[in-house]
Design a binder for this molecule. Structure first.
Ligand code: MN
Length: 237
C-alpha cells in the first residue's frame, strides 16, 4: 500500500489512517514474514519544533519545503522501492546497512539514508542553540581539537568545502571526537564512527534564505541553532 495513494477515509486524514494501518501492520507482522505485503512502512517522524521556531536563521518556508517536500519525498520513495521486497518491514537502520555500497540498490540506500540523515539533522537543531557546549562535550572537544573554537572551525570548514550536496558531521570514533563530511546521502552510520550531530549542506537546506551563501548559513546554524545537548546525548548511546 503506497502512502501517496491513500485516500482520506471517512474524514480521517492520511496521517491518522497511516498510524492506524501501521499499528495493524505491526500486529500482522508478528505472524508475518519478511517481504510481507502487510509489513510496516517507514514513516516520517514529527518535526521536533514548529516550522517557524528557527527563524530568523532558517525560515518557516525553508523548513516547510525541506520537511514536507524533501524529507517526506524520501520516505514516500523508499516505501515504493521496498514494497513487497525482502527489505519491507525492516528498520530504517537495517535497510541502510543492508544496501550501503551496493550499486544495484543505490536508489533504496539513497532514499533510506536521506530519511535517516534528515531526522538526525532536525534533532541537531534547536531554537536558541549554539553557545557554550555542555561541560562533558566541551572536554571531549578540548581533547580532540584543543578548544571549542577549533572544533567549530573544523565543522565550518567541512560544511563549506563539501563539494555540491552533502552533510557535515561531528562524530565519535574510538572514543574521540572527529569531524567528517559526506556527499549526497552518505552517512557515518555505515562506518565505525558514531554520528553526534549533522548540518545539511544540500542547497535545498539554505537556498531560499541565503541563496548561494552557504558559509553564512553554516555560520548562523553553528552560532545560533546547533543542539550540543543532542550531540552529548548521542555520545552515551
Ligand atoms: Mn535536506
Amino acid at each position: 500500500m503506497q502512502e501517496n495513494n491513500l485516500p482520506a477515509v471517512n474524514g480521517i486524514d492520511r496521517r491518522t489512517f497511516l498510524a492506524a494501518s501501521s499499528a495493524l501492520a505491526a500486529t500482522v507482522a508478528l505472524g508475518g514474514f519478511p517481504g510481507s505485503a502487510h509489513a510496516q512502512p517507514i514513516t516520517l517522524p514529527a518535526l521536533p519544533f514548529a516550522d517557524n521556531a528557527l527563524e530568523p536563521v532558517i525560515s518557516a518556508k525553508t523548513i516547510g519545503f525541506h520537511y514536507r517536500k524533501h524529507h517526506q519525498g524520501y520516505v514516500t520513495n523508499l516505501n515504493k522501492l521496498i514494497a513487497n521486497g525482502v527489505l519491507a518491514g525492516k528498520t530504517l537502520e537495517d535497510i541502510i546497512k543492508a544496501t550501503a555500497g551496493n550499486k544495484e540498490q543505490s536508489g533504496i540506500f539513497n532514499n533510506a539514508a536521506q530519511v535517516w540523515n534528515h531526522t538526525f539533522y532536525w534533532n541537531s537543531l534547536k531554537a536558541n542553540g549554539g553557545g557554550e557546549p555542555p561541560e562533558e562535550l566541551k572536554k571531549k572537544m578540548q581533547d580532540a581539537f584543543g578548544d571549542v573554537e577549533t572544533c567549530i572551525k573544523e565543522l565550518t570548514t567541512a560544511a563549506t568545502t563539501q563539494f555540491a550536496s552533502g552533510w557535515a558531521w561531528l562524530v565519535l570514533e574510538d572514543g574521540k571526537l572527529a569531524v567528517r563530511k559526506t556527499g549526497n546521502a552518505d552517512t557515518p552510520l555505515t562506518t565505525r564512527a558514531k554520528p553526534l550531530l549533522t548540518i545539511d549542506v544540500w542547497e535545498h537546506a539554505y537556498y531560499l534564505d541565503y541563496q548561494n551563501l552557504r558559509a553564512d548559513y553554516v555560520k548562523a546554524v553553528l552560532n545560533k541553532l546547533i543542539n550540543w545537548e543532542f550531540a552529548l546525548a548521542n555520545m552515551d548511546k
